[in-house]
Structures are given as structure tokens and as C-alpha cells.
Design a protein around this ligand. Structure first.
Ligand code: ADP
Ligand code: MG
Length: 488
């Protein structure tokens, strides 16, 4: 929880604002342009989040920062507002660079920056990631961009080909720095940082604080200040229960938990990929609709997994910490630590995914006899005794619980997306118009370049599929199929 002894020398840790004294969380107090403030209001950002309140004044004053706060705390706006404030829209040169671990996070960050930039003149934000061809990216760069968001590998490629010029850069942001380190980007980040002008501001954001971050910051940050907001999740909303298991009961215990508590969406953390595979196999064999997120997935497969989990057509997502880092899932009823982690900080981060906003969440941890020391550490960090429960309580309810709960929604994949100019409203219109379904029967709609995913209630899936296939979208017939036929 606390920074390790060899973290950045002379980097004071800034405490979060004291909420008892009713801190001023208004954006007005910041040195932001009136148009930027008006835009924030328009976006419904009425108050700064704690991480924004702690970091924005320092960032806007030009300090280098190392900011540690959990997923979903509003870190993007913390750096986006700062880099936008320093931008000169009339200068057609890259003035800010944001490094992200994956294409999907880079896309999210670009979108948020664009939203926050709406108050100003035309600000161009360009995303540069692997998986897309270089040529179009190079011509986009030739047309000029104010802000570039990308993955370290692809940014390096552009630097090597001299298609990206960082001479006018004044802000470098490392987002999800811990995850970039996990993915082996350390050397690439150093190379990119060295290609930036010395006179610049560097902002580093991370959910955890592994040793590599101190080492990164020593190499290229200038007297960074540290802003740490760790225990921000409301412990009262997360109900933690620990279960002692024999090693060979571990995976079966996950199924017992799911049958007993029947959460709609569960994120199950495994310590290894092999464990992910084994658990997925067991859950599917028992009839759960489960998917796994791991490093071997292609981007398209990863997108499909995330879409299905977020739109509630997959009950259980099995993942390693690396694969799940940075995921922001709105509704998550339960987190299961299939193996309690030896790292207390990782534990706190894992369970912080549930119990968000105004709903309570469960956090279950399965512990074998030789892992008790891990729980002692967690207990110390929590500062209170933890709750132990017996597996036998769950076993007793096994018969009573009956069939595994099925997810409420099913995902239909429409072959056709942004390239075909399909928008969410077109799909919603098709389903609620001629097809005659109600709005409530249709869930999230995600449009990608080549596909559209629409969640519909399980009970109408076949009929919705038939009607969409028989009708038209944008005046054209479309191919539609059920995305997931793996279980159920
Ligand atoms: P993080 O990077 O810390 O995981 P994000 O930057 O992705 O978190 O923010 C999480 C969500 O909160 C986003 O949907 C964002 O639009 C929203 N958000 C951020 N700041 C505010 C704010 N001040 N008021 C309301 N919503 C906000
Ligand atoms: Mg983020």
C-alpha cells in the first residue's frame, strides 16, 4: 500500500482532499478558459473527482506528476484538461503525446480528449496504434495533429521513420503505466521519452505502483510530485468474504459461489493463464456462459469478449490481472479471487471493480492453507478483521440453487459497422420500429468499423435475429448471427 522504500526520492505524497471539511470541488477555481468550463458543464461534469481535485492544480501549474488512483476515478480528464490548457490550436504541430498500453484504451482516451476539447477551436486528436496500417497514419500526421494518443511500439515505429515530429511537444503522458510495464514496454517508453524535448511536463498515471515506475520516473521525470488516492472505494459497499479451500476444490468452489449468490456479472481473477483455461472449461461444462480474457486473443476477439461482458450477455469473465487492467465495467455484482494474490495492493485494486456508484458488490476470495499469510497481510492493510465463511454453506444450497443463472441478454452480431455508416440509432430503430420490440428489450449497442453488436433480452433473441435478417439497415439487407453459442 505504501510506496516501497526505494521509490522516487523527494517525491512528496499528496493526501486526498479531506472530505470532512467540504472541499471546494468546483472546476471554476482552476485556471481554465471560460469555454472549457462551459464545456465541462455541458458534459455534466459538475464537480472534480478526488483524483482530479488533487492533481489538476499541480498539473496546471506545470509540475511533473506521478498519479496513482484506481480505475474509473477520472484520471483521463486529469491529464486531458491539463494538456488542453497548454495547447496552442493555431500551431499545427504535435504538442502533447499520450502513451497507452492497448489500442482500445488509446481509443477511449482519444474520445475523452475530443469530448473535453469541444469547447476550444478545432483541436485534432490522432490515435496511432499497432494493428492498423502505417500509411494512412502517416498521411494523417502530414495533415497535422495537436494531440497524439498511441501505443509505445507504434509511436516508436513512427519516430524511426521520422513520420512523427515531437519537437513542439510540451506534455508527455504515460497512462496506465503499470500495465505498460507488465506488457514489456519499459524500453520503448524510455526511447519515446528521450525523443521528446527536455523542456516539457511529464504526467504518469497508474493504478498500482510497482518498482518499475520509480525507475521510469528517475530516468526522465523532473522532481515529480506524487498524488496517491488508494482507498477511495467505499469499503461499505463491497462485502468481502473469504473461503478456505483445498487446492483441488478451488475451481469447483467458483461454480458453487456463482450458483449460490447468482450475480449477473462476475469478474474472476486467476493468477495464471493455465488456471484461466481450466476454470473456463469447468464453468462451461457446468452450463455457465463464461468467457476468458487473456493475452493471446487477437484484438477483434478481445473486443467481442468485452462487448459481451459489458452488455450483460456473458455471466462470468475469467481473466488474469494483466488482461483485466484498465477495464472499466459499469455494473459488476461480484469479483472472485480464484487465487488470493500475494500482493495486497493488487487485491485492493481487484475488489475495487465491484461496489461502484450506488450499488453494492461482492468480493469473494478462495484461500488454501498455504496462502494464509497473504490473508494476514490483507487484513493488516484493511485495518479490520475479515469475514471467513464455509464452503459447506454453499454446498448445501447446491441442489436448491438448481441450474446456473443465464445472463439476461444475448448479443447479436450484425456484419456491418461504421464503414457502412451504421449508427446505434439505426439498429434501435429497426428493432423498435417494424420489428415491434420495446426499447426495454434492447440493451447496449456497440458499433465497430466492420461489425455492430446489439444486446437483446434472451427471450426475444431468435425472433430479433430473424426480423433483423429479414429487414434492412440503411436500406440494405444485413447478415446477422448470435454471437455466442458456447454454453447455455
Ligand atoms: P480512469 O482513467 O481513472 O480509469 P476515466 O478517466 O476513464 O477513469 O473516467 C471514468 C468515467 O468518469 C468516464 O466515463 C468519465 O467520462 C467520467 N468522469 C470523469 N471525470 C468526471 C467528473 N468530474 N464528473 C463526472 N464524470 C466524470
Ligand atoms: Mg484511465
Amino acid at each position: 500500500m505504501n510506496p516501497s522504500p526505494d521509490t522516487v526520492e523527494d517525491a512528496p505524497v499528496i493526501a486526498p482532499p479531506d472530505t470532512d471539511t467540504a472541499p471546494n470541488l468546483s472546476f471554476d477555481q482552476l485556471p481554465l478558459a471560460p469555454a472549457a468550463l462551459a464545456n465541462l458543464e455541458h458534459l455534466g461534469y459538475r464537480q472534480m473527482t478526488p483524483v482530479q481535485a488533487a492533481s489538476l492544480p499541480l498539473a496546471l501549474a506545470g509540475h511533473d506528476l506521478i498519479v496513482q488512483a484506481k480505475t474509473g476515478s477520472g484520471k483521463t480528464a486529469a491529464f486531458a484538461l491539463s494538456l488542453l490548457a497548454k495547447l496552442n490550436p493555431r500551431r499545427f504541430a504535435v504538442q502533447a503525446l499520450v502513451l497507452c498500453p492497448t489500442r482500445e484504451l488509446a481509443d477511449q482516451v482519444s474520445q475523452e480528449i475530443r469530448r473535453l476539447a469541444r469547447g476550444e477551436d478545432n483541436i485534432k486528436v490522432l490515435t496511432l496504434c499497432g494493428g492498423s496500417t502505417m500509411r494512412p497514419q502517416m498521411s494523417s500526421l502530414e495533415h497535422g495533429a495537436h494531440v497524439v494518443v498511441g501505443t509505445p511500439g507504434r509511436i516508436m515505429d513512427h519516430l524511426q521513420r521520422a513520420s512523427l515530429d515531437l519537437a513542439a511537444l510540451n506534455t508527455l503522458v504515460l497512462d496506465e503505466a503499470d500495465r505498460m510495464l507488465d506488457m514489456g514496454f519499459f524500453d520503448d517508453i524510455v526511447v519515446v521519452a528521450k525523443a521528446c524535448p527536455k523542456e516539457r511536463q511529464t504526467l504518469l498515471f497508474s493504478a498500482t505502483y510497482p518498482e518499475g515506475i520509480a525507475s521510469l520516473s528517475r530516468q526522465f521525470m523532473r522532481q515529480p510530485q506524487r498524488v496517491t488516492l488508494l482507498e477511495q472505494h467505499d469499503a461499505g459497499k463491497i462485502r468481502q468474504r473469504f473461503y478456505e479451500v483445498a487446492p483441488d476444490q478451488r475451481l469447483a468452489a467458483v461454480a458453487l459461489l456463482l450458483r449460490h449468490y447468482r450475480p449477473v456479472s462476475t469478474l474472476a481473477f486467476c493468477n495464471t493463464r493455465q488456471q484461466c483455461r481450466d476454470l473456463l472449461q469447468l464453468l462451461r461444462a457446468e452450463g455457465f456462459v463464461a468467457l476468458a480474457l487473456h493475452g493471446e486473443l487477437e484484438q477483434r476477439e478481445r473486443d467481442q469478449v468485452l462487448v459481451q461482458f459489458a452488455n450483460r450477455s456473458c455471466s462470468v469473465l475469467v481473466a488474469t490481472d494483466v488482461a483485466a487492467r484498465g477495464l472499466d465495467i459499469e455494473q459488476l455484482e461480484a469479483v472472485i479471487n480464484v487465487d488470493v494474490t500475494p500482493d495486497t495492493e493488487v487485491h485492493v485494486h481487484r475488489i475495487g471493480r465491484t461496489g461502484r456508484v450506488d450499488q453494492a458488490g461482492w468480493a469473494f476470495s478462495l484461500v488454501s492453507g498455504n496462502q494464509m499469510a497473504r490473508v494476514d497481510n490483507i487484513e493488516k492493510a484493511l485495518g479490520h478483521e475479515i469475514e471467513w465463511h464455509l464452503l459447506s454453506e454453499l454446498q448445501a444450497s447446491r441442489e436448491a440453487a438448481g441450474k446456473p443463472p443465464l445472463p439476461p441478454m444475448v448479443t447479436l452480431q450484425i456484419l456491418g459497422g461504421r464503414k457502412e455508416k451504421i449508427r446505434p440509432g439505426d439498429v434501435l430503430g429497426a428493432l423498435t420500429g417494424e420489428a415491434g420490440f420495446s426499447k426495454e428489450q434492447v440493451g447496449k449497442i456497440n458499433v465497430t468499423d466492420t461489425s455492430t453488436y446489439v444486446a437483446v433480452q434472451r427471450g426475444i433473441a431468435r425472433e430479433a435475429l430473424r426480423k433483423l435478417s429479414a429487414g434492412t439497415l440503411k436500406g440494405k439487407r444485413v447478415k446477422v448471427h448470435l454471437l455466442q453459442e458456447t454454453a447455455g
